[in-house]
Design a protein around this ligand. Structure first.
Ligand code: B12
Ligand code: SF4
Length: 834
């Protein structure tokens, strides 16, 4: 009773009444006993025939207690699919993932899982990654519950970094809690940081980490939870762990200050040592794979920083979002020497292309020079750089790339060809004319391998007519570069969500949006609607959802036709994309018809369309393998891999014999994570290190702030600021938010419900429509059925159903992806350079 009253007071709701209610790994509860459900599942495993895993388990029984002790890890990170039961549901995801290598269930896990694991390993803890989404995609009829039941860990961590995982992450947490009721479950990632107050209210979630740097806070918690589990003592008070939102033994919610925001990114490992050693240690490749088909297309990423100096209106990773929701007031850079070493080390073992993400040009001239000249004679894999606008220095800068790299590529997202629209989006810091110049400059350089240019539909002020003009603009652009096939233009919709935590999400009306989902639960509901048009959490006042779908497909058709006609894209591939776009459009019409004119349960009506939905939810707006770059495997790769295997396998086996896991930490030394250095926007002596128009009074920091030409404050001392940053190219809301911040930063307050990340007026619920109501009624029915059958949740009911083969989704990788990439490279090579 007392517990219930406290929970009510804390605003907590019981989302799963079947879960025995022991809070957050209170270790007195960490017993060897299993729940009825867990015992049932393990019994089922043991009743299976004398083949496969069950038989293997029996064979391993001889190792008994030793193996059981050894197999309990301190931490297991699980990456969930975006929609948990995607294998059973019929959803036309559309082109939501066409611009990333993943399939529409977004099986790629955040890079942070590798840095978290490595950091824990380095500190004597044992951690692994378990990419559940990848397992569900790769393995026919993969049984989620049976496999999750087998995991043995003192704590679980589930990433909710990207909002599309709001459905899958929570459903997996529910299943895990049912199977391992005494093991605490933690959440983390950018979206978790925003919705931490909602997440902690779930019975199945014990801890939520906020912020973009959780390695050290996580180490503090895992150490305590693991120690408590081993000694059968309580975890105790956690109020000293930074960035943590948690529940105590009574279920009372606590929000610790978001005070752990390191100023650089040098204490973490991005050298891919951990995942390679992890695979060898656990003898399990699939659960570490970052995406479907990765083995045939082993792409890797290098991150230059955490945070961003720009303020694009719809971006949940903008300076605004980082400042308001993740407590970051300056960009945290990775030292260029470390970045170079990361790249060198990665390519010893992995032959795929390396994407250098987050524009390093923001860090200034010195950083740029050190990084690029430092790469000379060290890069053998294809390498590409993401820039947020035309690089300063134009031709001279590209010459620097040519002088130091034998093969480089560039990627820029212009979003719209229309300067007004781009300005409203927050990319008014350059004009389209300037972008054209930079494309011409880049392509005039011999070593430029490709230049990827992205457009996006659904951004502020963009009308359907403007989207449809994209084709004509792209035609003009290709004419200007003489149809150089190294220029690869792509377009996609802003889908499925307008980023939570972005300026536009927090101020939708000011940016011409009507939100269809504001709260966490509303987002979860939308994830199971019939198509991407329905799932979207926003509608623009400049074009309806239907207009957006149509205009997106039209623009994509035009761009594809231009590329096909002029040999930028292989004619066969272009014809395939053309057919798929047209079929996808027809399928959307058929779906509307089924929804409008059909009767009975919606899920039953959609079931017949499932196969087509899957086929038309990839490579629609563009051939997905266009994203791929060709690469070669060299004998040195085989040599290094053999060396890695030889130096790890026998040692791992030896450790196993003594009932231990051998550490999988990086071989390189890294310091512990701390806070400390100043942002490149400010010099060490406190003077501004960027173009600004004046000083203003800051309500947050030390009183100083940068001001724009009108004298308005644009950023406080110490916060992230891009050169040329001004109110004109961001927006009024930014200043308004800054004014609000004087009273304390939203999302970083420590009182429950006080200055929450989502302000009260923004947290009001969105309007519901009849389709959503009907689908939610169906979900309730499923949940009731599941409860009667003892599975405990709607998703559990689906999971119990025989899982269908999910190989309908291909992703950008696979042998087909690599073959297409080679074909396209040959096209590009035909073009005379210079
Ligand atoms: C790099 C990047 C990517 C890379 C990701 C590489 C990778 N595997 O991580 C690529 C290009 C593949 C990508 C794709 C997408 N991205 Co992206 N991406 C970014 C970018 C530019 C930087 C992210 C970053 O700095 N990460 C570093 C830090 C913050 O994260 P991290 O180290 O991985 O993890 C740390 C913390 O987040 C936390 N954490 C993370 N997981 C967990 C789990 C637990 C249990 C705990 C405790 C902590 C924790 O701790 C980690 C270690 O300290 C941001 C924009 C920005 N400026 O931030 C957008 C951003 C994150 N992406 C975004 C989106 C929407 C996407 C896509 C969904 C787009 C799409 N529709 O295709 C896809 C999803 C891909 C998928 N899963 O398959 C949005 C997310 C908004 C939101 N809240 O949902 C952002 C904010 C902006 C944007 N629109 O691009 N992205
Ligand atoms: S440049 Fe814009 S879109 Fe890219 S991460 Fe920064 S704010 Fe987001």
């Amino acid at each position: 009773m007392a517990q219930d009253a406290k929970r009510k007071k804390a605003g907590e709701k019981r989302s799963d009444s079947t879960i025995p209610h022991k809070r957050n790994g209170i270790p007195s509860a960490i017993k060897s006993g299993k729940t009825v459900r867990q015992t049932k599942i393990l019994a089922e495993i043991d009743e299976t025939p004398q083949t496969g895993i069950a038989a293997k388990r029996r064979r391993q029984n001889g190792r008994g207690i030793l193996a059981a002790i050894m197999q309990t890890l301190d931490m297991t990170y699980i990456h969930a699919p975006a929609t948990y039961d995607f294998r059973e549901r019929s959803i036309m995801y559309g082109p939501v993932s066409d611009m990333v290598p993943s399939t529409p269930i977004f099986e790629m896990y955040p890079l942070g899982l590798t840095t978290l694991c490595e950091y824990l390993e380095r500190h004597g803890l044992r951690a692994r990654i378990y990419n559940l989404a990848s397992m569900m995609l790769h393995k026919k009829n993969f049984d989620v519950e049976k496999n999750l039941a087998r995991l043995s860990s003192h704590m679980f961590g589930i990433d909710l970094h990207w909002m599309p995982h709001c459905h899958g992450s929570v459903e997996v947490a529910k299943v895990l809690k049912r199977l391992h009721p005494h093991v605490p479950i933690s959440f983390g990632g950018l979206s978790s940081s925003i919705f931490h107050e909602d997440l902690i209210k779930y019975d199945c979630i014990d801890y939520v980490f906020r912020g973009d740097s959780t390695e050290e806070p996580m180490r503090m918690l895992v150490e305590r939870v693991a120690r408590a589990a081993k000694t059968h003592t309580p975890v105790g008070d956690l109020s000293d762990i930074p960035n943590l939102t948690w529940k105590d033994a009574e279920g009372t919610i606590h929000i610790n200050p978001l005070s752990w925001v390191p100023d650089d990114m040098n204490a973490i490992s991005l050298d891919y040592d951990y995942p390679m050693k992890g695979v060898l240690r656990h003898h399990d490749m699939t659960s570490y794979l970052p995406m479907k088909g990765w083995l045939s297309y082993p792409v890797t990423a290098s991150l230059t920083c955490r945070g961003c100096a720009r303020n694009c209106a719809t971006c949940g990773g903008s300076a605004y979002a980082f400042k308001n929701h993740f407590g970051r007031r300056r960009v945290a850079w990775r030292d260029p020497d470390l970045l170079i070493r990361d790249i060198e080390h990665v390519q010893e073992h992995i032959w795929g292309p390396i994407f250098v993400l987050n524009d390093f040009l923001q860090a200034g001239e010195e950083y740029t020079h050190r990084f690029i000249t430092g790469l000379k004679n060290k890069v053998q894999n294809p390498i590409g750089f993401e820039f947020f606008g035309p690089p300063p220095g134009g031709d001279e800068f590209y010459q620097l790339l040519d002088d130091n790299l034998g093969n480089w590529s560039v990627e820029i997202s212009a979003e719209s060809h229309n300067d007004e629209v781009r300005k409203a989006f927050g990319k008014g810091h350059y004009t389209m004319a300037e972008l054209e110049e930079t494309i011409v400059d880049a392509l005039s350089h011999e070593n430029c391998e490709r230049f990827d240019l992205y457009f996006m539909t659904g951004i502020p002020k963009q009308t359907a007519a403007s989207v449809r003009e994209t084709g004509a603009y792209v035609q003009h652009l290709y004419e200007r570069v003489n149809y150089d096939p190294r220029l690869v233009v792509l377009t996609s919709p802003m889908a499925p969500f307008l980023d939570v935590g972005s300026i536009a999400f927090d101020n939708p009306e000011a940016y011409g949006y009507r939100l269809r989902a504001r709260t966490f639960e509303e987002h979860r509901e939308r994830m199971i609607l019939p198509s991407w048009k329905h799932i979207m959490n926003y509608e623009s006042t400049y074009m309806s959802a239907d207009e957006m779908v149509d205009a997106t497909y039209d623009a994509a058709l035009d761009i594809n036709r231009i590329k096909g006609e002029h040999g930028i894209l292989d004619a066969g591939m272009a014809a395939g994309v053309d057919a798929r776009i047209r079929q996808a459009r027809e399928q959307m019409n058929r779906l509307d018809d089924v929804l409008r004119n059909g009767t009975g349960r919606i899920d039953a009506r959609l079931a017949a369309l499932k196969e087509e939905f899957e086929r038309l939810s990839e490579s629609t707006v563009a051939e997905k393998s266009e994203l791929n770059w060709a690469f070669d495997v060299k004998p040195t790769h085989a040599k290094h891999l053999a060396k890695l295997w030889l130096s790890n396998e026998p040692a791992n086996a030896l450790a196993k014999l003594t009932g231990k896991w051998r550490p999988a930490a990086s071989a390189f030394p890294y310091p512990d994570q701390e806070s400390g250095t100043l942002s490149p926007a400010w010099n060490a002596d406190g003077t501004p290190n960027c173009t600004f128009k004046g000083m203003a009074t800051d309500g947050m920091g030390d009183g100083r702030a940068l001001a724009d030409e009108g004298g308005a404050q644009v950023a406080a001392f110490g916060s992230v600021v891009a050169p040329g940053f001004s109110e004109a190219n961001t927006n009024a809301a930014f200043s308004a938010e800054n004014a609000q911040l004087e009273a304390g930063r939203a999302g970083t307050a420590v009182g429950v419900g006080e200055a929450a990340a989502i302000r009260a007026e923004a947290a009001r619920t969105a309007e519901r429509d009849p389709l959503l109501e009907q689908m939610m009624a169906e979900e309730r029915e499923r949940a009731e059925l599941a409860a009667r059958e003892g599975a405990g949740s709607a998703a559990g009911a689906s999971a119990k159903a025989a899982a269908r083969d999910a190989r309908g989704f291909k992703g950008a990788g696979g042998r087909g992806g690599a073959r297409d990439a080679r074909k396209l490279e040959k096209l590009r090579d035909r073009k005379p350079r210079g």
